[in-house]
Design a protein around this ligand. Sequence first.
Ligand SMILES: [Zn+2]
Length: 82
Amino acid sequence: MSDRVIAALRKEARWLSKRADAKPDWMVRETYYNPRIENAYQCPSCFIRFDRRSELDSFPTGTRDDGLECAVCGADFIIAAP
Ligand SMILES: [Zn+2]
């Protein structure tokens, strides 16, 4: 996990910023969203929507896919295994 996770989190951030209910500042934040700071993955939902940095924790998916969840906003992300 890493490049694949970063790509998936970026994609999520892009998707959020293009939603019909997205605010103009969401699109601005999408341009400087950093999916990983040091070794911690950052929640795209918290950053894009609330300008908040929240670290994601991994959780077991029961499959080869990786799971990441945010304890702050409750978002979870499944990153498909290659
Ligand atoms: Zn979050």
